[in-house]
Design a protein around this ligand. Structure first.
Ligand SMILES: [Zn+2]
Length: 234
């Protein structure tokens, strides 16, 4: 059973009358540009215009607001409503979705994959799952014209951020914290040494090195690096 609510979102329901019940099919997602600031976008949602969408992503990168369950048939892209969900993004044409806002969109799409709301993240071919609103006009009936999303989504970036990377990074500089209590051991596989203190580990994190917790016992099994004497922190 797919979760109807994105756990990282803040639930901010839209008007109940602005849906056509449940959507029976989901094969794509549509990214929109809100063409305005958050307050104005939410005013449209709560107003009389026959327009509704699933989530809104604030420009400052704070968590998205979810207005309807994932399977609600909302009114965001006319003929595509029957087979897609859609989100609005705070901001206007000329303001690319980047930084924290882009990260939020990517994190949401990663969740959509995990929950099977989308089978893949694809921008081309018969199995295309990610659409700019403007592109819906080609597939929807009746055709209509819009400039949305004004090319604000950088789909290559978003797909890359949403898709787990190859494990190669692990051997280049990923750092692991061994989850063992009461000791805390850290290691970096570039230097192949154990890091003694959480403060030192924080310095690695500050340098952009990913930190992963691995279960007790796996450190020697996986990496054959025994903890060095004195590497324990109470
Ligand atoms: Zn749109």
């Amino acid at each position: 059973m797919r979760a109807p609510r994105y756990p990282a979102a803040i639930w901010r329901p839209g008007p109940a009358w602005k849906t056509s019940g449940a959507r029976l099919e989901t094969r794509a997602a549509v990214g929109h540009s809100g063409e305005g600031r958050l307050a104005g976008i939410l005013a449209v949602l709560n107003g009389s215009k026959e327009s509704s969408w699933t989530l809104t992503f604030p420009q400052d990168g704070s968590p998205p607001l979810q207005h309807y369950p994932m399977d609600a048939l909302v009114w965001h892209a006319k003929g595509a409503n029957a087979w897609s969900f859609g989100w609005e993004t705070e901001g206007i044409a000329g303001e690319p979705i980047e930084g924290a806002q882009e990260r939020q969109v990517a994190d949401f799409l990663a969740w959509c994959l995990a929950e099977s709301w989308l089978p893949m993240l694809s921008r081309s071919g018969p199995s295309q799952t990610l659409l700019r609103h403007e592109e819906v006009g080609v597939q929807a009936q009746p055709p209509y014209v819009t400039a949305c999303d004004s090319h604000r989504h950088n789909w290559d970036n978003i797909i890359r951020l949403a898709t787990p990377q190859e494990d190669d990074d692990m051997w280049k500089g990923e750092m692991f914290r061994v989850a063992t209590s009461p000791h805390v051991w850290w290691t970096n596989y570039e230097t192949r040494r154990w890091i003694q203190t959480p403060a030192e580990a924080e310095a690695y994190k500050a340098a952009g090195i990913k930190v992963t917790v691995i279960p007790q016992g796996l450190q020697s099994l996986l990496y054959n690096i025994p903890p060095t004497p004195g590497s324990e922190t109470p």
